[in-house]
Ligand binder design. Structure first.
Ligand SMILES: CC(C)(COP(=O)(O)OP(=O)(O)OC[C@H]1O[C@@H](n2cnc3c(N)ncnc32)[C@H](O)[C@@H]1OP(=O)(O)O)[C@@H](O)C(=O)NCCC(=O)NCCS
Length: 172
């Protein structure tokens, strides 16, 4: 796995069901730090409940979605989730999240390179993801790492909320 960051003492571990409460805790911190300029507070609360309940995350693990934890020193700094799509050669990156205090040091790109390496090992040929059109810092990270825009999607996620996203993709 190429490590392109000067941050020391990094570990990446596979999450087990027992790790999910810690992931749920930092997900809430990250979403409340990062998304207020992108979506409403009500949508943040709605999406956290939808995607980060222990029930939803346990279902993801049971469905074969990998969840990896990035640990810096003793701190859980972020997590990534990725799993199969309906297409046997294509994997989807569902989540790539770092606490704000760990941004801007190359850690996101390093974590992404780790995910891509795992996906190649599993035999996938390309990776896709959805990113909010106004999530400029994340789009910058994906572009920097070779992802290109594939299409725009407006998805109805219930509760009167929508996700206005780009689908981005990269050949592995
Ligand atoms: C998306 C996310 C994971 C990117 O993490 P990141 O670590 O900031 O991203 P990068 O690895 O691309 O960091 C690159 C930045 O670190 C800087 N950097 C510092 N040292 C570096 C090094 N050794 N190597 C590489 N970059 C380094 C770069 O110059 C760059 O700065 P810039 O953005 O001002 O140009 C992070 O922004 C995040 O968690 N966001 C909130 C959640 C989110 O939106 N997730 C995506 C949902 S689709």
């Amino acid at each position: 796995m190429p490590i392109r960051t000067s941050v020391a003492n990094i570990k990446i571990l596979k999450a087990e069901p027992d790790d999910l409460p810690a992931i749920q805790e930092i997900a809430s911190i990250i979403w409340h730090e990062h998304y207020p300029s992108i979506i409403t507070q009500r949508q943040i609360v709605y999406m956290l409940a939808l995607d980060y309940s222990l029930e939803a995350m346990n279902k993801d693990l049971a469905a074969g979605i990998s969840m990896d934890m990035l640990i810096v020193g003793e701190t859980l700094a972020g997590f990534a989730a990725y799993g199969p799509t309906g297409h046997e050669e294509v994997i989807k990156l569902h989540k790539l999240y770092l606490l704000q205090s760990f941004h801007g040091q190359g850690l996101g790109s390093m974590f992404l390179a780790h995910v891509e390496h795992e996906c190649i090992e599993q035999g996938f040929k390309s990776i896709v993801l959805n990113v909010n059109k106004n999530n400029h810092s994340a789009i910058k990270t994906y572009r920097r790492n070779g992802y290109i825009n594939q299409e725009s999607v407006l998805a109805d996620i219930g509760g009167g909320f929508f996700m206005d996203d780009y689908v981005m993709a990269k050949d592995l």
